[in-house]
Each structure stands twice: as structure tokens, then as C-alpha cells.
Design a protein around this ligand. Structure first.
Ligand SMILES: C[C@@](CO)(OP(=O)(O)O)[C@H](O)COP(=O)(O)OP(=O)(O)OC[C@H]1O[C@@H](n2ccc(N)nc2=O)[C@H](O)[C@@H]1O
Ligand SMILES: Nc1ncnc2c1ncn2[C@@H]1O[C@H](COP(=O)(O)OP(=O)(O)O)[C@@H](O)[C@H]1O
Length: 297
């Protein structure tokens, strides 16, 4: 196989709690991950000439060793002493530095794609062990679907699929770095009432009850305690989505992207128009949960 086309899917966090700051500076988390149907497209083509070449449609992203797709390819090229080179064409649609794991998902797709193209024979678990060296969310991006993530995000337990629903995703025109958010959380000083009730969300998921999940998701992301005071636009988007009939609206990951869950498609469409008119968001998507574990390549 000389060529492969991949889709790298984005995620949202259906609840995110940070338990403690660890000695190594990372944080132990407890969060529910959900893949959504927003994706980047990646094409890998084998080259005779040695080296990893990256091209992307976004001028402001690194097209060198700092791109996570480069890091993923480099990891497997070095470990398996692969011959020749590879060109990576990355078409980005997932908002960048947004809390949607775009870069991590791109890296996951490259690990998956190279494993197939070069017949490396690595299992999903073996790919995940390599993925965590690139980023805490990469193992989850390899697994996809609905999952509980613990440890730094790499300890994964599959969960019942999120019930079908409509998810409105709005990214304001600001970028927030994950590092900044974790550093400003002061996780070890959080009061018990500041921690979201992840178990309540899990119960809602087990009952396949969006309303029950939504109840648990109010204040379901502890990282909002850092970003909402710093960026009022996040709260404004949440309020607008809820005024427009969302069961709940929550920031995803380290933000600043906000998602709203709508049971009714028409209502979600109306909410999308309202957010568009408000000009609170720079990027706006109406999407659905992804739970098919078949890889699309
Ligand atoms: C917040 C979350 C929630 O899903 O997602 P995003 O907002 O990035 O999408 C993740 O925990 C982000 O995972 P990821 O973005 O892969 O993290 P990494 O690249 O490994 O680390 C970026 C920075 O975040 C901090 N970090 C990350 C994960 C973690 N459990 N504890 C941390 O303290 C690290 O100190 C690092 O400086
Ligand atoms: N393939 C990539 N896609 C997006 N960002 C990338 C990529 N490779 C490296 N980066 C860098 O990683 C940073 C955060 O990436 P991203 O995964 O989009 O954020 P988040 O983890 O918040 O979802 C960006 O600022 C960018 O410079």
C-alpha cells in the first residue's frame, strides 16, 4: 500500500474533572470523552526520498517537526527504521487550540495509517502506548467512541454510546492553550463543591437519558473555573445556547469551544442561526455523536 486517506475525528468532553496535580506537573483527570463527526482529512503517500514532509491548508500551523503529525510519523519511522520517506497532506477543519483534540486526533490517524501502510502489526493497545508519548489525548483518539478517561487521560474504559442527539459546536475567535488552563487551575486547592459529579453523568449515560446526563453536565467541566472568568464570551455562548433550548451547554476540554446538546434538530438549527447572528462564534458546526468503531480510511 503506497497511499492512504484518513479521517481524524474531533472530540468533546461530556464532563471533565481534575482530581489532583501530580509531581511531574501533569494532572490526574476523570472525564467522559465523546467523538463527534467533525474531522480533518489526512493523506499519507510513500516517497522514495527519505524524510517526513508535511503540508497543511492552514498557514499558521507548523509544517515541520512541531506538527503533531510529524511527531507521530517520526516515532514509528525511528522505532521501526522505516525506509524511504512519507508525505503528509493535512486538511484541517477541526478548530485549532480549541479543546477538541484536533492535533491529537491527527497524530492518532497518522499512527493508525502508518501501521497499516507498512504492515507493522501493532495492535490498538500497542498504538495507544506509543500515542501517549505524543499527547495525553492521543490514546483516546485512537480508540474513539464514548469512553471514561482517567490517569492523565490515557486510562480508558469504553462506555455505552451517547444516545443520538444534535450537538452545536461554537468556537469563539480566541485561542486558549491547554497548558495555561491547567497551570491556572490550582487543582489541589479546589473545594469539593467545585468538582463536577462525573458519576451522575455516567448514570445518565447508562440510562441512555439525555435529560439526566444534561442535569449532571451543568458545571460539568472544572476547567471552566479558569476560562470563564478570563473569557466572558464563553459564558455568553453557553447562555445563548441554553436560551435557545439546549438541554445543556458546556465548554469542551480546555476550551474555548462550547457545545450545546439538542434533542430536536429544528431547535438546534434555530440555535445555530441565533449564535451566527450574535457573532459570538468564529466557527460554528452542527454535528452528531460518532460511535461506529469501524475505521474509515
Ligand atoms: C484538556 C484536555 C481534555 O480532554 O483536552 P484539550 O482541551 O487539550 O482538547 C486534555 O486533558 C489535554 O490533553 P492533551 O492536549 O493531549 O495534553 P498534552 O498535549 O499531553 O499536554 C498539554 C499540556 O496540558 C497539561 N496537561 C495535560 C493533560 C493532563 N492530564 N494534565 C496536564 O497538566 C500538560 O502539562 C501540558 O503542558
Ligand atoms: N496537526 C495539528 N493540528 C492542530 N494543532 C497542531 C497540530 N500540530 C501541532 N499543533 C499545535 O498544537 C496546538 C494545539 O492544538 P489542538 O490539538 O488544536 O488543541 P486542543 O488540544 O486544545 O484541541 C496548536 O496551537 C498548534 O500550534
Amino acid at each position: 500500500m503506497d497511499k492512504i486517506q484518513l479521517k481524524a475525528l474531533a472530540k468533546i468532553n461530556l464532563g471533565l474533572d481534575v482530581l489532583r496535580r501530580r509531581e511531574d506537573g501533569y494532572h490526574d483527570v476523570r472525564m467522559i470523552m465523546q467523538t463527534v463527526r467533525i474531522f480533518d482529512r489526512i493523506q499519507l503517500v510513500k516517497q522514495e526520498r527519505e524524510g517526513i514532509r508535511v503540508r497543511t491548508n492552514l498557514y499558521y500551523l507548523p509544517a515541520n517537526e512541531n506538527n503533531l503529525v510529524y511527531k507521530a510519523a517520526n516515532l514509528l519511522f525511528e522505532e521501526f527504521d522505516l525506509r524511504g520517506g512519507i508525505s503528509i497532506d493535512l486538511r484541517k477543519y477541526i478548530p485549532v487550540a480549541a479543546g477538541m483534540a484536533g492535533g491529537s486526533s491527527d497524530a492518532a490517524a497518522v499512527l493508525y495509517g502508518l501501521n497499516r501502510m507498512y504492515g507493522l502489526g501493532l495492535s490498538l493497545e500497542q498504538l495507544m502506548e506509543r500515542g501517549v508519548k505524543i499527547g495525553a489525548d492521543v490514546p483516546y483518539c485512537l480508540m474513539r467512541g464514548t469512553a471514561l478517561a482517567e490517569g492523565i487521560g490515557e486510562k480508558l474504559t469504553p462506555l455505552p454510546a451517547m444516545p443520538p442527539c444534535n450537538i452545536l459546536v461554537a468556537k469563539p475567535g480566541i485561542s486558549v492553550s491547554t497548558k495555561f488552563v491547567y497551570e491556572n487551575l490550582h487543582a489541589n486547592d479546589l473545594k469539593p463543591e467545585q468538582h463536577p459529579d462525573i458519576d451522575a453523568i455516567l448514570e445518565g449515560l447508562r440510562h441512555q437519558d439525555i435529560r439526566e446526563m444534561a442535569e449532571g453536565l451543568k458545571n460539568g467541566n472544572v476547567l471552566e473555573t479558569v476560562t470563564v472568568p478570563a473569557y466572558p464570551v464563553i459564558q455568553q455562548i453557553k447562555d445563548t445556547m441554553e436560551e435557545q433550548g439546549a438541554a445543556v451547554a458546556l465548554m469542551s476540554g480546555s476550551g474555548p469551544t462550547v457545545f450545546g446538546i439538542y434533542e430536536d434538530r429544528m431547535q438546534a438549527r434555530r440555535a445555530m442561526s441565533a449564535i451566527r447572528k450574535s457573532r459570538l462564534a468564529k466557527q460554528l458546526f452542527l454535528t452528531t455523536p460518532y460511535n461506529n468503531n469501524r475505521r474509515n480510511s
